[in-house]
Design a protein around this ligand. Structure first.
Ligand SMILES: NC(=O)c1ccc[n+]([C@@H]2O[C@H](COP(=O)([O-])OP(=O)(O)OC[C@H]3O[C@@H](n4cnc5c(N)ncnc54)[C@H](OP(=O)(O)O)[C@@H]3O)[C@@H](O)[C@H]2O)c1
Length: 324
């Protein structure tokens, strides 16, 4: 069998290697899943870079999202059966031909989803859905801004909000006429390279957004907080800049709420039925186009370096999949 591994932290294209391995015998409660498609997400890249060393033992088999079929079940497994198409979650390891994992972390996939859709139907769709449920819906019809708006998840958040009558303002670094932010789901598109984008955002939202989604952190996230209207909320869910929000931010804006959102916290606190329900909801949102990801390219596992380079190119061209 072949799999990708990381034995030292660093830039993914430098440290990911493909090699042979033999999946061991299954223990009680475990299944073997023959992976057929796996995504490359920013969360994979930052983990490989060493952002969470205390919870990332090496060697690491990367890949937090992917789909495959159960080919073997260990003693005591009754949640899934051989032949089931599942998304194994709760751990990395999607970038390999056979993932051995606990059956209770395997969830059936809607039959209508293709493997390519299923491999992109968990992390971003479920996060977008949960964040909108938790932070926007309780506020009725707030004004919303979303940075890194060309990202896959930002598009999902925008389409969910548009369906609720709340098209958000898109913040992008660079050209405002890109395809990913040209749809009716966006109320306006602002370029954060312009020095006065904060004033523009306050203007177009008639006093500042009530809710702002930040996937960047660092200076971009800090400037976004400065635009929030009194009583507003920042939902910080990504670290694309590689820099955290400053610890002093709450003192600077004591009148706003700052939430740190991680899907994994919800996933590790939810039960099996709620997780299956969440994944089914996410799958339906993929099928109806709300949480669909643009697919840029697929690569065999052996070409993981080319895949990683493609995944890190700028310009919002869509997602890259590995086909193990
Ligand atoms: N908290 C959670 O549970 C959770 C769950 C899902 C996703 N996320 C986070 O959501 C973010 C987006 O994920 P994705 O899969 O949607 O990404 P993606 O589709 O791969 O897109 C990445 C986007 O980020 C932009 N970008 C990258 N670095 C940037 C920077 N320093 N400043 C501004 N923009 C930058 C790129 O802009 P260009 O187009 O200009 O290159 C591109 O549009 C990631 O940080 C990810 O970790 C978090």
């Amino acid at each position: 069998m072949r799999r990708a591994t990381v034995t030292r932290f660093g830039p993914a294209a430098d440290v990911v290697e493909v090699g042979d391995y033999s999946p061991g015998a299954l223990e009680a409660g475990e299944v073997a899943v023959r992976m057929t498609a796996a995504s490359i997400n920013p969360s994979d890249l930052v983990t490989i870079a060493g952002a969470y060393p205390s919870r990332t033992p090496l060697p690491l088999v990367p890949g937090f999202e992917g789909v495959g079929r159960v080919i073997e079940t260990g003693p005591g497994v009754d949640i899934v059966s051989i032949g089931d198409r599942v998304v194994p979650i709760g751990s990395s390891g999607a970038w390999q031909q056979v993932k051995t994992t606990a059956a209770r972390w395997c969830f059936r996939v809607l039959p209508e989803l293709t493997d390519e859709q299923a491999a992109l139907s968990y992390i971003n769709p479920l996060t977008a859905f949960r964040m909108v449920e938790d932070f926007v819906n309780p506020r009725g019809v707030p004004t919303v801004a979303v940075n890194a708006a060309g990202s896959a998840i930002a598009g999902m958040v925008a389409r969910l909000l548009h369906q609720r009558g709340v098209p958000p303002v898109a913040l992008v670094r660079g050209a405002v006429d890109r395809e990913s932010t040209s749809g009716p789901e966006w109320a306006a598109v602002l370029d954060t390279r312009k020095p006065d984008w904060e004033q523009e955002l306050v203007h177009v939202t008639d006093g500042g957004p009530e809710v702002a989604f930040d996937a960047i952190g660092g200076e971009d996230g800090t400037r976004l907080v400065s635009t929030l209207r009194h009583g507003g909320s920042l939902v910080h869910y990504g670290l694309l800049s590689g820099r955290p929000l400053p610890a002093t931010l709450r003192q600077q804006r004591p009148d706003v709420q700052i939430h740190f959102y991680r899907l994994r916290d919800w996933v590790h606190s939810a039960g099996y039925v709620d997780l299956q329900d969440g994944l089914d909801t996410a799958g339906r949102l993929v099928l109806d186009g709300t949480a669909v990801s643009r697919l840029r390219q697929t690569f065999p596992l052996e070409e993981v370096h080319a895949a990683l380079c493609a995944a890190q190119e700028r310009g919002g061209q869509g997602k890259v999949l590995l086909l193990p």
